[in-house]
Design a protein around this ligand. Structure first.
Ligand SMILES: [Fe+2]
Length: 389
């Protein structure tokens, strides 16, 4: 099935592949659930989809985070939606079964009349795991999951030295995009070194792609590249935003890892972002990007913007300047450029005339690496999968 380390086209177009990935990858690994500041007060909750599981994370009155499967123990109705605050209890809308913030069942309407000897003690909410790592909240559908610090332990030394807790969210930088492509195409594009100097010739030229260092550490991908020398020569003046103050000179550049499965980080000299990939269907993927920057005044940001504008005006531009700014390749926006090629690729995968071309030895090695990781998870179910189309 994995010919020359490459997954078959069916892996991107066939629903059975998608269903098995949802069950055996996204329901069996740690899922990103937000930033720690999302759940700061007792009673605050947030629901997240971890593969096939809806999970609710609640901040308890003891300021501890707890995670439960978001399903009533009576008939399985979803208990809470999106995010918000509950006072003291979680009540199912169907029959008003009510649980406390520790997940114990505390009341059932007409309990004595309707149920013979109901034992509430074994009807608490099913527990999931929740933990905090690098300023992010993580959940795992299993109650006794491996520690999140252990899951990410080997990749941690290869990440940026950023301390997300010391940064503040730039709310106007939040991006949500629904992309008409399989989640693996979005991941592969994110980790592909070969396209950086070409597709993003006008948008990501502040880094020295030729000096990039990258590779897989277990299932996770590490990527680092230094600043371009012209940008670096006068960094304080050229930076468009305040520089992250806790990075040393040799740490200035871009660390762009992809944590498995589908959690990209963008850790740069001026910002720190989470690029969260959620599979929606075999050919549809949601990406949500949240960005943190130095806590500085609006005046400070304006000062950096004004001082650097000349430098960036000369440097940043669209892939094809003849195109209108509404076209991705005329937008001068690297995310729009990426979405464009991902959607094109997915479309071509439907064509009977499509045949995958050769893979670049160095620049596309991350893509083959990711396909191998996915295959490790799906290999035990190979008999259920269709191969080359
Ligand atoms: Fe890209």
């Amino acid at each position: 099935m994995l010919k020359n380390d490459v997954l078959p086209i069916a892996a991107y177009t066939d629903k059975q592949w998608f269903d098995l990935e949802m069950r055996h990858i996204f329901s069996a690994t740690w899922a990103y659930a937000g930033l720690v500041e999302d759940l700061a007060q007792p009673g605050q909750f947030k629901t997240v989809q971890a593969g096939l599981n809806s999970i609710v994370i609640v901040m308890g009155r003891d300021y501890r985070l707890r995670a439960f499967h978001n399903i009533c123990r009576h008939k399985g109705t979803q208990l809470l939606r999106a995010e918000g605050t509950v006072k003291k209890a979680i009540t199912c809308p169907y029959h008003d079964w009510t649980y406390d913030l520790e997940g114990e069942l505390i009341s059932v309407p007409k309990m004595n009349a309707e149920f013979a000897n109901l034992d509430k003690s074994c009807l608490g909410l099913k527990r999931a795991s929740v933990d905090v790592w690098r300023g992010m909240i993580w959940v795992h559908p299993e109650a006794d999951a491996i520690a999140v610090s252990q899951w990410f332990g080997d990749i941690e030394p290869h990440l940026g030295a950023h301390q997300p807790e010391k940064l503040v969210e730039a709310a106007d930088y939040k991006v949500v995009e629904d992309i008409a492509a399989n989640w693996k195409i979005v991941v592969e594009n994110y980790i592909d070194h070969y396209h950086l100097a070409q597709l993003h010739s006008g948008t990501l030229n502040m880094y020295d792609h030729a000096k990039a260092e990258f590779g897989f550490i277990g299932p996770h991908f590490a990527f680092w590249e230094p600043l371009d020398s012209e940008y670096a020569a006068n960094l304080e003046k050229n930076a468009s935003m305040p520089l992250i103050d806790h990075l040393s000179a040799d740490q200035l550049g871009a660390s762009v890892p992809m944590l498995f499965p589908g959690i990209g980080l963008g850790e740069s000299e001026t910002s720190w972002s989470v690029f969260h990939i959620t599979p929606i269907a075999v050919d549809r993927t949601r990406v949500e990007v949240r960005t943190k920057v130095m806590p500085a005044s609006d005046w400070q940001f304006a000062k950096y913007g004004a001082r650097s504008s000349k430098f960036w005006q000369k440097r940043i531009g669209p892939k094809y300047p003849s195109l209108d700014a509404s076209h991705p390749l005329g937008s001068a926006d690297f995310m729009q450029e990426d979405i464009y090629v991902c959607e094109q690729q997915q479309k071509s995968y439907q064509s009977p005339y499509f045949e995958l071309g050769p893979s670049a030895q160095h620049g596309e090695s991350p893509i083959r690496g990711h396909q191998q990781v996915v295959w490790q998870y799906l290999k035990p179910f190979a008999d259920k999968l269709v191969g080359d189309k």
